[in-house]
Ligand binder design. Sequence first.
Ligand SMILES: *[C@@H]1O[C@H](CO)[C@@H](O)[C@H](O)[C@H]1NC(C)=O
Ligand SMILES: *[C@@H]1O[C@H](CO)[C@@H](O)[C@H](O)[C@H]1NC(C)=O
Ligand SMILES: *[C@@H]1O[C@H](CO)[C@@H](O)[C@H](O)[C@H]1NC(C)=O
Length: 420
Amino acid sequence: MVTMTQTGSTNRKLSILFLFFIGILIATLFLSVIFTFKSSDSIISLSRSQSIDKYNCNANNPPRFDLESVSTFYDDHSFGYTFDKPVKNWDKKRLRWLKLHPSFCRSNKQIFLVTGSQSKPCKNPKGDHYLLRFYKNKVDYCRIHGYDIFYNNVLLEPKMSHCWAKLPAVRAAMVAHPEAEWIWWIDEDAVFTDIDYKVPLERYKDRNFIVHGWPREVYEEKNWLGLNAGSFLIRNCQWSLDFLEKWADMGPQSKNREKWSKLLSETFNHEADDQTALAYLLLKDKEENESNKTYIEMEYYLEGYWAVIADTLKNITNRYNKIEKENKMLKRRHAELVTERYAELWEPYLKDAGSWRRPFVTHFAGCQPCSGHHNPSFSMLTCWKAMEKVLNYADNQVLRNYGFKHPDLSDSSLVSSLPF
Ligand SMILES: *[C@@H]1O[C@H](CO)[C@@H](O)[C@H](O)[C@H]1NC(C)=O
Ligand SMILES: *[C@@H]1O[C@H](CO)[C@@H](O)[C@H](O)[C@H]1NC(C)=O
Ligand SMILES: *[C@@H]1O[C@H](CO)[C@@H](O)[C@H](O)[C@H]1NC(C)=O
């Protein structure tokens, strides 16, 4: 019995000692786990705040204000996004908003892209596929240059359909983006074919509206095809809101529609569509007001006609390849983020390029890829072939930064590794 008790008490002592050690072990583990979490947590937060300080362009801006303590023009309910709610004193309102939000005055916020297409699926079976690729091209361009983009696929003014639909979209975007100095409308079927090129805004210091075309055709020959309304820049200011209002007043929803229809077809010998209306406004701006606020750009393709461009791409590629071969820096591989820096290196070689410079924007006017109701003067097959070629040509400039290219512009699914 005694022995048994002694043995029992020794056993108990041992197990207490055992439990004690286990306890210490668990406690140590527990503490070390907490410590590890804590320290790794603080390492994460440290590196986060460091990287924000280092890369966030807004680091020097004042802290954010309390949203409830300030009112902006958005609080005024008589103020609106649509043509039936005219905005007054927009320049002042915009300026005040910018003063409240100085962190948005960055140079890549100068341009805000607006594009879009219809709400319903395309009638043409291949239409949606091409719309997606057209959109991808715009997203690529915007990512590389740091621009924001809005894709609108609803009619903001139900009676302004088809080509007129862009007007209410631009009007709403102007008010929704007071940080943007320029709104750039671009049709869904237009492709950026020079990914490096940037709109030379410095040329438009005193201008408010820029469109591609041939001034003589518009001002002298009164030809509605002397410009193309598929791509235009409009400054975000009161003048532009008034200009858009005048433009919209010629639209199908307007009570003055009949008067304008008559006047436009007399002046331009063409139906009163958005483009004839624009040509008329530019003509009058020149003839009556000599304001110089509107400008017809013909020195680069803010918009270029696909049928003129598609066949020139091969020779252009050859010229670029030749230059690249002779200059190691141009051929050098680099991160996509520094594409703009490398584009600058190309400029001296392209200064006098003229017609063999990559066309900036290629527009498939008349192809109507979504509806399929193309201009009868060419076949849909011609359009599809040109679209493939042009989209792949543009995509090669993007894929390059990812190490690939389309060796055959007529086959979008085929890629090969870059040879260098
Ligand atoms: C020309 O100026 C007048 C007076 O400021 C204005 O009413 C008219 O709309 C302007 N025309 C155009 C085409 O901008
Ligand atoms: C418009 O441009 C012309 C020629 O460049 C110039 O003579 C005229 O003064 C300008 N008008 C305004 C209002 O700036
Ligand atoms: C391409 O270049 C070749 C050789 O210089 C020339 O014969 C041809 O006309 C050019 N093609 C086009 C579409 O400009």
